[in-house]
Design a protein around this ligand. Structure first.
Ligand code: UDP
Length: 332
């Protein structure tokens, strides 16, 4: 019988792609989502249970009904700017909510946990390429909240035997090439979809947040991963757990980047090139909480999980995002 996985945030950008990958790998993905930023139309690959992570009774009911073998925890608030302005929202919505989820999972006897963490837990490290052992010194409440959840998973490993695979994502872009799901935030704050909005006139211009950073062209550098490659890593991480490769109480951290850094201006240039359209651009001040450069290799995920981020080239990510941008979207 197919195994069930509880996917928190399965109605969101990355979670919906993960549900498709899980379904394709023979699992039943049950989405648990409060729809605060997700879309019910994105839940296409398994059952949907609407609920909030802070609602422990609702979580208990869902665990009892679906009997998942593992949890994939994507549900989170994830905007650096918002986290700087409203840190309480992040400590409650990410940290308290994750505590409620972990306690509910353990009460239901579920001990395998795949967690979406972030390169925002690192902060600035003088431009070095980051890896799993780089110290985590977050610059904003978003990164701090994710680091706290990583710590929480380790603590519940020691106390209750929880096993976790922790993925630190770098920047995620692209969309399902079949066009079934894609990136759709309201309001949108991420670079690639905002550039595509500027290209097709949905907004007047892309504002570059800071042009005086200590980088070759003055703009911040990020490492972009195709969402399809990212969710492949999650299925591999889940199998790693279910195959007993992580000892009881253990945790394993993997960085999911490609080792290639792209500046904001480089992403803009490549977007213009791939779409063959001009990108209207304006220059603005720095955005509070932004690190100068966040780039990682993926040696460990490749060596241990057999991950192959073959679709994570900038033209491929922009091409898939552009196709979704022109034909997809959800209307609430
Ligand atoms: N960025 C920008 N203009 C925008 C949105 C983002 O210049 O309208 C920059 C942002 O400052 C960062 C990079 O693009 O250097 C990626 O930002 P995004 O919000 O997509 O992801 P983050 O790195 O914050 O997770």
């Amino acid at each position: 019988m197919a195994q069930t996985v509880l996917v928190t945030g399965g109605a969101g950008y990355i979670g919906s792609h993960a549900c498709k990958a899980l379904r394709d790998a023979g699992f039943v993905p049950v989405t648990y989502d409060n729809l605060c930023t997700g879309w019910q139309q994105a839940v296409k690959f398994g059952p949907f249970e609407q609920g909030d992570l802070l609602d422990r009774a609702r979580l208990d009911e869902v665990f009892a009904r679906h009997k998942p073998v593992a949890v994939m925890h994507f549900a989170a608030l994830s905007q650096v700017g918002e986290a700087m302005a409203q840190p309480g929202k992040y400590w409650r919505g990410n940290v308290s909510a994750s505590l409620s989820l972990i306690e509910a999972a353990l009460a239901a006897g579920v001990r395998d946990f795949v967690f979406s963490s972030t390169c925002a837990t690192y902060g600035d490290h003088d431009g070095v390429v980051l890896d799993e052992n780089t110290p985590q010194l977050p610059l904003n409440a978003y990164g701090a909240s994710k680091r706290a959840i990583e710590d929480m998973l380790k603590d519940f490993g020691a106390s209750d035997g929880l096993r976790s695979v922790i993925f630190r994502y770098f920047n995620v872009a692209g969309a399902d090439p079949d066009g079934e799901v894609g990136e759709f935030h309201q309001p949108e704050t991420h670079l690639v979809p905002l550039i595509l909005d500027a290209i097709d006139g949905k907004r007047p211009a892309l504002t570059i947040h800071g042009t005086d950073y200590p980088t070759p062209d003055g703009t911040c550098i990020r490492d972009y991963v195709h969402v399809m490659d990212l969710v492949d890593a999650h299925v591999l991480g889940l199998r790693h757990l279910l195959d007993g490769k992580v000892a009881a109480g253990g945790h394993e951290v993997f960085c999911l980047g490609t080792g290639n850094g792209f500046s904001v201006r480089e992403v803009i240039d490549q977007s213009g090139h791939v779409t063959n359209r001009p990108v209207p651009v304006s220059e603005g001040p720095r955005r509070a909480g932004d690190a100068v450069k966040l780039v990682s290799g993926s040696e460990k995920a490749v060596a241990v999980l057999g991950w192959n981020p073959a679709r994570s080239t900038m033209p491929q990510m922009i091409r898939d995002a552009w196709r979704w941008h022109q034909n997809g979207g959800y209307d609430g």
